[in-house]
Design a protein around this ligand. Structure first.
Ligand SMILES: Nc1ncnc2c1ncn2[C@@H]1O[C@H](COP(=O)(O)OP(=O)(O)O)[C@@H](O)[C@H]1O
Ligand SMILES: Cc1cn([C@H]2C[C@H](O)[C@@H](COP(=O)(O)OP(=O)(O)O)O2)c(=O)[nH]c1=O
Length: 202
């Protein structure tokens, strides 16, 4: 059986992930592939309940990181691993890179603690492709302000997002084999052409 791939979408809030996920999902489906589109935190019934808690309640930083990995553990067991085992493709709106970027970079939780949680929860699995949508903070902020009610993370200050973005970029440089950096300041149609080429090469 042809084996499916695991694709993750990352970026600071307002960078444009949600805009492009349906487009990439459709490109793959047009190739006749079965695609499971999911998200973190969330992706399962329990995970969605954890998402509600973690996005809307203040808590200790380590509790926050542990809940992200608790949601992920369930997501892997119920959704991601079974889908990949069937040969399906999986697209996830965020995965472990987000915990390194937000809880590690943004909130300054020691990265070695996150390394240990990652080793515990998914010692072997990594995304085949991580699309990192990158924009300067001011662009992301202007896009968010134009749009919606902000959750706990989206209300954070500029410093937080600068550090979150910096950690994403550091990881992209650390794992160049799976990251593709997408300059998300460009028009949507131009970004879609990039995505089309990236997906065609998979
Ligand atoms: N390349 C782009 N140019 C202009 N506006 C964009 C672009 N990408 C996304 N947007 C707009 O910015 C806002 C945030 O995008 P969204 O995809 O929801 O971001 P994210 O999911 O990364 O938080 C939306 O209103 C979206 O329409
Ligand atoms: C997966 C994950 C998300 N987050 C944060 C990033 C986002 O601000 C928030 C929700 O994710 P997001 O996918 O951006 O939701 P929405 O599109 O509804 O804004 O959760 C973390 O802080 N750590 C994590 O490990």
């Amino acid at each position: 059986m042809a084996s499916g791939k695991f694709i993750t979408f990352e970026g600071i809030d307002g960078a444009g992930k949600s805009t492009h996920i349906p487009f990439v999902t459709q490109l793959l489906r047009d190739r006749g592939l079965t695609v499971v589109a999911t998200r973190e935190p969330g992706g399962t019934e329990l995970g969605e309940r954890l998402r509600e808690l973690v996005l809307h309640h203040k808590m200790h930083l380590e509790t926050e990181a542990l809940l992200m990995f608790a949601s992920r553990r369930e997501h892997l067991a119920q959704v991601i691993e079974p889908a990949l085992a069937r040969g399906d493709w999986v697209i996830s709106d965020r995965f472990t890179d987000a915990t390194f970027a937000y809880q590690g970079g943004g909130r300054k939780l020691a990265l070695d603690k996150l390394d240990r949680l990652e080793q515990w929860v998914h010692p072997h699995l990594q995304p085949d492709l991580t699309l990192l949508f990158d924009v300067p903070l001011e662009v992301a902020r202007a896009r968010l302000d134009a749009e919606r009610t902000l959750d706990k993370f989206e209300q954070e200050k500029a410093d937080f997002f600068a550090n979150t973005r910096a950690e994403y970029l550091r990881r992209a440089a650390q794992f160049p084999h799976r990251f593709r950096l997408i300059d998300s300041t460009r028009p949507i149609a131009v970004i879609q052409e990039d995505l089309r080429a990236i997906v065609a090469a998979l």
